[in-house]
Design a protein around this ligand. Structure first.
Ligand code: F6P
Length: 347
């Protein structure tokens, strides 16, 4: 078969491992041919490709980013976008198209499926919030980076009696925040799922101070917001899928904490450091399993489907189900967090 592949949305450690696994299985076991589209859906619209062979995908397993580059190109917003995609697919005589991406990228896969394209999806998001899968590759690396940052922040927080606020990624879901926060021993973790309770945040920080701990660490997801407020953004602009560029809640929070407690409070925003560098062994393993499973779906003729992890097993769900809702942090993890904190009426 002739198979196209692309990576869309934010980059993520493990994308190359998926590409490599799919190409190796496809070529060596089925005699497939692969074409890589450059920069996400933009490459399909403009027909910009690179050959994906055993040679061009060799040595990329441990490499961060994506050899296919990426973009947040929304085909729906481009005049004649879908027609151009269909022409490209026809011109390249493709039998199937594998798209690696989150809900935005997969919304285009779904629209193309509805136009007769044989699409298979691979879930990708650092935020780990795609519905129907228990894990996305790259999340583990992001959590490792954020946890190490929280560990490192302890040194300065403790030495200088400071409150340090660490802003991590997580637009609609706080998976990175809650996992790195608990793993790193943060004193307060704030996620998009729960409106920020500034009084409770300050109470926890003051409680620590009154019980001998003169420093505190707060982890906040970029998408967390105050009850009445909107999300903190870098500027007014929106990307082509209508998302604002989130940034700044950490700094706002630090100012508010300092104002209310009188304790010196600083913030640090980890930003894209969380998406960079080599995938962890877990990410490489999951990415490789997804790559192999994607080729298996293609050869089973199961199109319009997305490979997912359920428990420890790889299976598949419809792309439509995968993008129907966001997988958010559940009460079980929020309860774990609360279990580590003093009770509300503790003195
Ligand atoms: O969706 C993944 C993500 O990393 C979000 O956590 C973040 O809000 C967004 O991408 C940032 O995107 P960009 O790198 O395009 O600014």
């Amino acid at each position: 078969m002739r198979i196209g592949m692309l990576t869309g949305g934010g980059d993520c450690p493990g994308l190359n491992a998926v590409i490599r696994a799919a190409v190796r299985k496809g070529i060596q076991h089925h005699g497939d041919e692969f074409i890589g589209f450059m920069e996400g859906w933009r490459g399909v619209i403009d027909d910009v490709t690179m050959p994906l062979t055993l040679e061009t995908t060799s040595g990329i397993l441990q490499k961060g980013g994506t050899i296919l580059r990426s973009s947040r190109t929304n085909v729906k917003k481009i005049e004649g976008g879908f027609e151009k995609c269909l022409e490209t697919i026809k011109r390249n005589k493709l039998d199937a198209l594998i798209a690696l991406g989150g809900d935005d990228t997969q919304s285009i896969s779904l629209a193309l499926s509805e136009r007769g394209v044989k699409c298979v999806g691979v879930p990708k998001t650092i935020d780990n919030d795609l519905n129907g899968t228990d894990a996305c590759f790259g999340f583990d690396a992001a959590v490792m980076i954020a946890t190490e940052a929280v560990d490192r922040l302890h040194s300065t927080a403790e030495s200088h009696n400071r409150v340090l606020v660490c802003e991590v990624m997580g637009r609609d879901a706080g998976w990175i925040a809650i996992t790195s926060g608990i793993a790193g021993g943060a004193d307060v973790v704030l996620v998009p799922e729960v409106p920020i309770d500034i009084e409770e945040t300050c109470r926890l920080i003051k409680y620590r101070r009154e019980h001998g701990k003169k420093f505190s660490i707060v982890v906040v997801a970029e998408g967390a917001k105050f009850p009445a407020g909107t999300v903190a953004t870098h500027d007014e602009s929106l990307d082509s899928f209508g998302h604002p560029r989130l940034s700044g809640i950490g700094q706002t929070l630090a100012e508010e904490i300092e104002k209310r407690t009188g304790y010196e409070t600083r913030s640090v925003n980890l930003g894209h450091t969380q998406r960079g560098g080599t995938p962890t062994a877990y990410d490489r393993m999951l990415a490789t399993r997804y790559g192999v499973a994607a080729i298996d779906l293609v050869h089973a003729g199961k199109f319009g489907r997305l490979v997912v992890l359920r428990g420890t097993q790889i299976t598949d769900i419809s792309i439509a189900d995968a993008i129907a809702k966001t997988r958010t942090v559940g009460q079980d993890l929020l309860d774990v967090l609360q279990s580590l904190q003093p009770l509300k009426d503790a003195v």
